[in-house]
Design a binder for this molecule. Sequence first.
Ligand code: HEC
Length: 186
Amino acid sequence: MKKVLVFTSLVAAVVLVASCAQAPTAPVVTAKAFKDGEMAVPADYKSWPTYLSGVQRPDAKQIREIWINPIGAKSIAGAPFPDGTVSVMELYKAKEGADGALMKSADGKLVKGDLLKVFVMGKGKGWGESAPAGLKNGDWVYSAYLADGKTAAPDPAVACRGCHLPLGESKDWVHRYDEYFEKRKT
Ligand code: HEC
């Protein structure tokens, strides 16, 4: 009889907790675990803090613009970026002259042409679990879009992972990590 009573009150407690969780006043937990290719380009990324601007990539015949969301901008040098960090990178074609050589502006910089692609990476608790074996970059996941920011680009996520992997845990698998914190100081 006693056992039954304990069990009944346990059930009652569980029901109570469950109904509390569904109450409209409870905070809504929307932290969806994204996998590669699932994160969309955030609509407001151009209003985010700059990660690095005008990154010169003559080798790729490109110029890149990188933003980091306000959560990521709270990061501390030497520590990993917090969960909820999202970074967006725009990849622009560097203009070429009639002779095929890369054009340079008066200050020696590459000249920005058309936007080619938009890359997104974000991290959240446990997201890395979906990574293919041997290509887990912490909890980061990756997406790639064409210039419209909506059409998926053909770039496979395993390529993203493979090229960010060597940065390792000490740089949180993020390129130009030291450069970012150096620049942010100023
Ligand atoms: C061949 C190497 C390589 C590949 C492949 C690659 N990246 Fe990167 N990524 C870089 C480098 C290097 C940077 C730093 C900016 C620069 O020098 O162009 C970077 C920077 C970034 C950034 C800005 C934050 C940071 O880490 O500095 C994002 C976002 C990003 N990459 C996403 C992606 C996505 C998404 C893919 C796959 C679709 C991808 N990358 C594939 C090398 C690579």
